[in-house]
Design a protein around this ligand. Sequence first.
Ligand SMILES: [Zn+2]
Length: 393
Amino acid sequence: MALPPLVEPAAELSIDEIRRYSRHLIIPDVGMDGQKRLKNAKVLVVGAGGLGSPALLYLAAAGVGTLGIVDFDTVDESNLQRQVIHGVSDVGRPKAESAAASIREINPLVNVVIHNTALDRDNVKEIFSQYDLIVDGTDNFATRYMVNDAAVLLGKPYVWGSIYRFDGQASVFWEEHGPCYRCLYPEPPPPGMVPSCAEGGVLGVLCASIGSIQVNEAIKLITGIGEPLVGKLMVYDALEMEYRKIKVRKDPNCALCGDNPTVTDLLEDYEDFCGAVSTEAQEATVDATITARELKDWQDAGKDVFLVDVREPAEYEINRIPGSVLIPKGEILSGEALSRFPQDRQIVLHCKSGVRSAEALAALKAAGFKDAVHVQGGIVSWVNTVDPSQPSY
Ligand SMILES: [Zn+2]
């Protein structure tokens, strides 16, 4: 689905600009018109870290007229393996300032706006409202959901990316034209279940692979060329050198952009939201939790297991445990899928990290399936402990 350009063209390009951007100007799809739109564009990059570094460098070089940088962190030596916008002499310096200095060196025609602050519920809307487009390079779920919610509430498009070890994902979320991040991932994983890049590691160059996709999408949106990743999830596996595009539909039950939204303003506390598991779910998992390794042992021993993946269809496309059937959590909670569960087999539920499966387990037990169990740590744990050859996300 092609979309109209996000930004009106600037009145003109200077002689300096025409010289600088000549390799863009001779591409028919970009041309003078596209370059003028880039000049007029205001793009905010959230985080001057792994994804933000390449994104800022290429957005600046491309001639985006106004570039905002939000980051409250300072440059650490361990950042230099992948955060290529910073150098040795920047260690200890605020990342936003260090990034701004690099941008001025690459392209002094860019107006750089520094937001040397942590994005929070009190400033996010005010900051976002100054920009046409957001590029999300955050590395934690609390900020990621807040970025999504603020963008949807303000009607802004944003380009999202995430990275872990050798695996990356990217998409464009624009509520007006497609799904939002909550449509794809309705709930965050519980804290500690999905390791961050600081805990699990990330291949430095993966930042460039995903960051450059984000810039590519930003340029397409601004100039109105090509097919943006709206309603599509790009999944990249650096080890297999494989890109896959997965269709993501707008979820009519989405808490934010669905037909009957329950989230109508920013949440009070995103950290809290990202740690929430209901009491019923906690109680249901007592003596009804197995590890990924135990599931594998059951399968290898030939135990008659009815293994149910309660994630969303797009997640099931990314990775899956062999032998599982997909029944999304919502269909279990609503009761519509209960007839698909056998009475005489061992029911095992799993999701990404164990939160959704715990909730589905509570609903199943309430419906009389007393012996059902769920997998602790979900498919993340399965990939980490049983089958590392599967992609993770
Ligand atoms: Zn949504």
